[in-house]
Structures are given as C-alpha cells and as structure tokens.
Design a protein around this ligand. Sequence first.
Ligand code: ADP
Length: 418
Amino acid sequence: MGGSIGVVGGGQLAWMLAAAAREQGVELHVQTPELSDPAARLATSVVRAALGDVTATRSLAQRTSAISFENEWLDLDSLAPLEQEGVVFIPRLDSLADLVCKRRQRQLLERLRLPSPRWFPLEQTLTPPAPAPTEQEDPALAGASDGACEAAEPALPLSPRLPAGFDFPLMAKAVRGGYDGRGTRVIRSQAELEALIEAVDPSLWLLEEFVTFEQELALVACRDHFGAVQCYPLVETHQHDQVCDWVLAPAAASQAVEARARNVAVSLLAALDYVGVLSIEFFYGPSGLLINELAPRTHNSGHYTIEACRTSQFAQQVRIVSGEPLGDTSTTLRGALMVNLLGFETSTAAYARQRQALEALADVHLHWYGKRLARPGRKLGHLTVELKASGAAERVREASLRLAEVRAIWPLPAARTP
Ligand code: ADP
C-alpha cells in the first residue's frame, strides 16, 4: 500500500497499529514520551514528546500524510492551528469535538436522541433550590414581617442535593481523562456524594443513573473517506473492577439487538461525518440498549479482530488514515475469546513462566505489550482463543471452559480499594 502515517500515542493500541502498518508496507511514526513505550519498538520513527506537545505533533506531521490519535482526551484548541496549516487529522478535529469529554458525549447522544443513561452535571447538586417567593411576589406573605431591618442570616454552605427524579446509587464520572475505571466511582449515599464534592472539582464531573444491566456489549464500526460504513460483529465485554477482563465474539445477543447497535453506529458516524474507526460501549438490560461510552479509535473490545477478521480493526485504521477504502470486516473464525492479561504483581520479570504456559495452550494467540512497569490491574498483554462452537449457547460454554484454563495460569488482580 505504501505511504506514511502518524499516531499521537505509543501504548498498546499504537503498537498494534504499527504491526498492522508493517504488514501493509505503510510507515508509521509515533509521538510518545518514552522510547520504552510499546509502540516505539515497532514504529518507523519516534517523536519523543508528551502527547499534548503540539510542536512535536507539528514535526510528526512533517514526516506523515495524516495523523490519528491513540487517546481521545485531546486539547482540540491547541491542535486547531495545525489543522488550519494543512495538517490532516483523521478523524478530523470537528468530528472529535463532541467526543473528547464524557459530558460532550452525553450531550451529543441527547441531541441525536440516542439512548443513554440519564445524567446531570455534578455542579447541579450545588445549585440552590429555586428561591421561595418574596413578599412582593406573594401577596399571602405581605405584612408577615413587622418591617424591622433584620440582619440577613449568614449563608450556610449548601449540602448537595440530587435533582428531582434521581436517587442513589449513582455513577460518578470524570468528564475527561478517565480510563479503565480511573475516573469512575459508585456513589451510594449522601455522605459519599459530599465526600466526592470535597475531593474533586465538581465542574469536571458528572453523575448518571446506575444502570442494572444483563450484559455489556460493544461494537467497533468504521467509515472511510468515501462515506462507506462497516461494523465488526457485536461482542460481549466483561469487566473486573471496571477494567475490561474478557471479550466474547460474537456476543450471545439477538439479531434485533445487533441491528439496533449497528443502526446507532451508522447514525453516529453519519451525524459526525466521522472518518476512522469508532467504538461504542453499550449496556443491555431491562431498559433495552443504552450507550455507555464512545471511543473515537480502535478499542480493547476489537482486539480479537486481529485473528478473527479478514481486516483487523488496526489494519482498518491504517487503511483509512492512509486514504484507502475500507477492507473486508468479515470473520474467518466461528468465534473468539479475548482475555486481557492484567498485572497481578509489580515485577515484569515475574510473568515469564505464566506467558510460556499460556502460549502452550491450544489455539491461543498471545500478545505481550512489553511494558516496562507492571502495576496490578495494568493491561500487560492480551490473548485471543479461537473458538470452534457454532451455536451461541455452545460458544458461551466453550468460552467459559477456555477462560477457566487461562485463569488457572493467570489470576485476576486483587480488586482496588474504592
Ligand atoms: P472508563 O472510561 O474508565 O472505561 P466507563 O464509563 O466505561 O469508564 O465505566 C467502566 C465500567 O463501569 C463500565 O464498563 C461498567 O461496568 C461500569 N459502569 C459505568 N457506568 C455505569 C453506570 N451508569 N451504571 C452501572 N455501571 C456502570
């Protein structure tokens, strides 16, 4: 295919993009702070700089025809001058404007009337209740005072109140920068709400209803420069301590649910005139399909596509950023189970024995990110297990047996304390 593209970011997503670029004969240059970051090993070149360093992004642009991002927490105002100078970002910055913060995402979904959990800004809990009518406004109160000049009561600090229609438990979310549950907290009581307000800047958090779901589902979709849209199969995701633990592809979901998810994806991509890969996380339960989060990039729920699809999500993003039409998203396997390898010890050396044992399992493809630091809960790698079952129920059984094999070798990390 040829060409030369850039990625701001050097973590595992950029590393898998770099691997896909190599296979397609595309140069991939990254901007990342450390030469030890996963993608630096495979990239054609590295601009060593913080992700928000716009001067560095300008030099990345000099080596490439177009740039994409590994992470959505972007400062679009500082990138805008580059776009005006002719730097090509994919997705374009105006397509990203509604996606770079969870509050903007919630507002976008409301505007498009796409279903998502009910929410309100945390600040709203501090809004004083509407003032009681004054004497002038309410004749019933006139004359109630003897007209003496009473000293006004000193204003008491308000205790936060939930807007009408909301009750505990609620889910609190930082509007920017959160990932893997860092930046989300369950708020179960008034005391926890008050503690949250003490601990954070309320203008940078939101609260949403706590959703009772039966399944978490995810869909990776893509749109090219020509407006063509494709979706990968709907998958089920499972979280441990709010971090993705495993993904089953395809999900055991009805055709109606899958069709609904695809409709949501097509509506979003078209409304944003979006070019690139975009991922949607859903809750599915008594309230139907609700959108939890949008990620304008490749996603953990799509890692299985490396083994299971004709064009992986990474190869797809490389194609789109290079200006090529979409590749074929169809599957080559009946099913796949992706398991994240979350750190459970602090030393990376400690994992060699487990990695060997995992590699010896049948039909397993191991991806080790080569991170220098391994704290508990950090994503250190993932593996994809090829599944053979053809029916949904059988596939779920097969996946749970294969997951048990992996767990016997690679335990889950202890849960974080809240
Ligand atoms: P992050 O951006 O850190 O991945 P998410 O918004 O995806 O945060 O939340 C992480 C996990 O927390 C979700 O996968 C889900 O399991 C749980 N979660 C998030 N929001 C809610 C909610 N409103 N109700 C119930 N659980 C939720």
